[in-house]
Write a protein that binds this ligand. Structure first.
Ligand SMILES: CC(C)(COP(=O)(O)OP(=O)(O)OC[C@H]1O[C@@H](n2cnc3c(N)ncnc32)[C@H](O)[C@@H]1OP(=O)(O)O)[C@@H](O)C(=O)NCCC(=O)NCCS
Length: 435
């Protein structure tokens, strides 16, 4: 459950941000979480920014009830005909990011929009730079986001650190050669599933780097247990209970009928949460063996899904790979010490941050137990690797190899294999949803 971190939520606005917006004859302010009118106006602009229509009263009620944890900024143009509606929006909150073997507090960012009437005059740059400086000053070591367009955030030091795999499966062709666990699968009501999911997600999340806490209201959106969810009744919920009686898995899915061929309908896996290998195998096997289903689709999977090795015909699957979870390190030493490593080594890294928030020479010392200490190092010594903050952010969760970055010309190292050994992880990072 996302909780309100008052220090971040209520932090004063960055002085450079205030000055830059004021220089444009505009005004930047935090939305008062207690003000229904301010929140409604802000939501309306976010909705338009993401090409949605006007919000209904039910949607406004639900947003107001579920979004107080977000620090919401608006840029206002008092000369506009609807001055209470901001011309730019930005939201952030603190969350827990799972890292390889550890965790970090992160600043999650969302609802970034600039009105088409005010675009390309630097409002995003001012808001993003200002809010990243504020997060860094508060000691938040990383910022994260999911994006509408890949090309926007690299300039601010964000990298696609967690890829997502989208699977399209012909279930009749796929076959099954995975385990056949004991235990049982049952349907639940959406309310029953919702009541179990947070405990299950908290069991799973720490072991999968790249995941963050589910933001407020999102579980209710998935389960259709809040009033603004359209077609909520189309979501079906499955539970896996082990032979010993432990609830180790949940799956949510929806089916769209194929009107030309009723026996070839499409099943979309909305979420599959498995705390054990048995739950994973049992739920996937069940979903791939349903009657009347010709296509199974699942999104936001990891690039190393064991499912690939549980089917008899891998050509029954088409996998599309996309950039998904973006990461931006705000404090290099704290971030580097906030994960475990599989190789003991001492590295001097020279990190360039174009926004000047962090970076410089950093000494990373990894012990035999995989824990690390990192500290600023005196300038002048020959670094083992030189890279930008974007590239270090890409490497951090193990979502890309240092060798690939070196070959792409995005990291310089005398021995890229050594850098690769240090940052490599045994399982791929994953983020199972958008925010
Ligand atoms: C994306 C968006 C927020 C940009 O806002 P903006 O105020 O026009 O951006 P800025 O003027 O501050 O531009 C900053 C830089 O980003 C670049 N940029 C802005 N939007 C971009 C886009 N969509 N794709 C690629 N680059 C973009 C600008 O060219 C500029 O580059 P420069 O620093 O090299 O000159 C705005 O176009 C928007 O609201 N889009 C629709 C909603 C959306 O996609 N939001 C992002 C959600 S993840």
């Amino acid at each position: 459950m996302t909780t309100i971190d008052g220090r971040h939520h209520d932090a004063p606005l960055d002085s450079r941000l205030l000055a830059e917006i004021s220089d444009q004859g505009l005004r930047v302010a935090r939305v008062d979480e207690g003000s229904r009118a301010q929140t409604d106006a802000w939501l309306e602009v976010v909705s338009r920014g993401f090409l949605d229509g006007e919000r209904t009263d039910v949607q406004r009620d639900a947003f107001f009830a579920a979004s107080a944890y977000r620090r919401k900024l608006g840029v206002y143009d008092d000369a506009a005909p609807i001055p209470e509606q901001p011309v730019a929006t930005f939201a952030s909150w603190t969350t827990e990011l799972s890292t390889p073997g550890d965790r970090l507090t992160a600043c999650a960012i969302s609802s970034v929009t600039v009105a088409p009437t005010h675009r390309r005059r630097g409002l995003l740059r001012s808001l993003m730079s200002g809010e990243l400086r504020t997060a860094a000053e508060l000691g938040l070591p990383v910022a994260t986001l999911t994006v509408s367009e890949s090309s926007i955030y690299g300039r601010f030091g964000f990298a696609p650190a967690v890829p997502a795999a989208h699977w399209r499966i012909d279930p009749r062709r796929a076959g099954w050669r995975g385990p056949l666990p004991g235990g049982r699968i049952d349907f639940l009501t959406r309310e029953q599933g919702r009541a179990q999911v947070e405990v299950l997600h908290d069991r799973i999340r720490p072991a999968r780097s790249g995941e963050v806490q589910m933001p407020g209201g999102h579980w209710d959106r998935f389960f259709g247990t809040r009033p603004d969810v359209e077609k909520a009744g189309e979501t079906r919920v499955l539970q896996y209970r082990s032979a010993e009686g432990s609830i180790d898995g949940l799956a949510l899915y929806r089916v769209s009928e194929n009107h030309d061929d009723f026996a070839a309908s499409t099943l979309d896996v909305v979420q599959l949460l498995a705390a054990t290998d048995d739950a994973y195998a049992a739920l996937w096997r069940f979903l791939l063996s349903m009657d009347l289903i010709g296509v199974v689709r699942a999104s936001e999977l990891a690039v190393d899904e064991p499912l690939w090795w549980m089917i008899t015909d891998q050509r029954a699957v088409t996998i599309t790979l996309r950039d998904h979870h973006y990461l931006r390190i705000l404090d290099v030493p704290t971030a580097l010490a906030g994960r475990r490593y599989d190789a003991a080594d001492t590295l001097l890294l020279d990190v360039h941050d174009p926004l000047g928030i962090t970076g410089g020479a950093v000494l990373l010392e990894i012990g035999n137990d995989g824990t690390a200490a990192a500290s600023p190092a005196p300038a002048g010594a020959q670094p083992d690797a030189s890279l930008g903050i974007e590239e270090l952010s890409a490497l951090f969760l193990g979502g890309v190899s240092a060798l690939a970055l070196a070959r792409a010309g995005r990291l310089r190292a005398a021995d890229p294999h050594r850098i690769d050994r240090v940052f490599r992880t045994s399982s791929a990072p994953r983020l199972s949803f958008w925010y």
